[in-house]
Ligand binder design. Sequence first.
Ligand code: ATP
Ligand code: MG
Length: 292
Amino acid sequence: MAIVYTLVNQKGGVGKTTSAINLGAYLGYYGQKVLLIDLDPQANATSCLGINKHDVKAGTYEVLIGTKGIAEPILHNPRFKMSLLPSSPALAGAEVELVEMDERHGRMRKALVPVLDRYDYILIDCPPSLSLLTLNGLVAALDGVLIPVQCEYLALEGIGQLVQTLGKVRNSLFTELEIRGVMMTMEDKRTRLSHDVISEVQKFFPNQVFHATIPRNIRVAEAPSFGQPILFYDENSSGALGYQMLALELLYGDERLDKEQITQQLDGLKAQGRIDDERYKTFLIDLGKLSQ
Ligand SMILES: Nc1ncnc2c1ncn2[C@@H]1O[C@H](COP(=O)(O)OP(=O)(O)OP(=O)(O)O)[C@@H](O)[C@H]1O
Ligand SMILES: [Mg+2]
């Protein structure tokens, strides 16, 4: 049965799409069947995977509106080991059309049902708003939301409003909506600011911030123009390592890999010189703490 996570933050450009794609690719690399749902009319996730949004004949829009079932428009990329429900500019119109429809908040959740047993993970990439599309993403987040937060000045700006929205959804639409975790993106280890921001976010979300952080890395920013996740564009980059560690942390927390399997993977990374002793140890210790 698929674990369904929705990536949400109404602030633009914090790394929702980048994280959905790259985390998805690493989950695929670790043997998981992954479906990415592009719930954003900007269709960045679709473009980042090398698909021209103007060529999309059917995708998220048709599924939400109900003119197509979900299975048919799904595209599969065997190389990336990932499937995609693509978006197209038409999705912008859904916002208006949905208002008139029955169960307007729960349409994505309902649409997912036929494919839940075909995937191990379903990741939903939301637009930068708290619109009806995002609400559909939240109600469909059966196993929780992943909140990417950029390591920058005023990182927590808007987070209060996001948490309030999650509360409202919990009260009226989906009682069990959870925060699965907060991912720190675009970290610059050389600056004090990144460090301070992470501490501040950890205070705001105690025990909910992933230990693995994603560094700011030019290779991560370049990969979409080649239509590839970072794993395929430059698997030796620091950005790739960040997403690989995040995937391992998630897989461990979700009990899809056990401690032995995680340790084996980390041993491999250490043997390749990609992580040092210090990082190896703190990662394992923190995994232990997170699982308590
Ligand atoms: N780790 C990183 N290092 C360098 N650049 C990054 C990194 N993560 C994301 N970026 C870049 O930052 C920009 C915003 O990222 P992204 O599109 O993933 O954010 P988003 O939250 O999905 O944005 P939107 O709110 O518009 O949907 C992109 O140009 C992306 O390439
Ligand atoms: Mg995006």
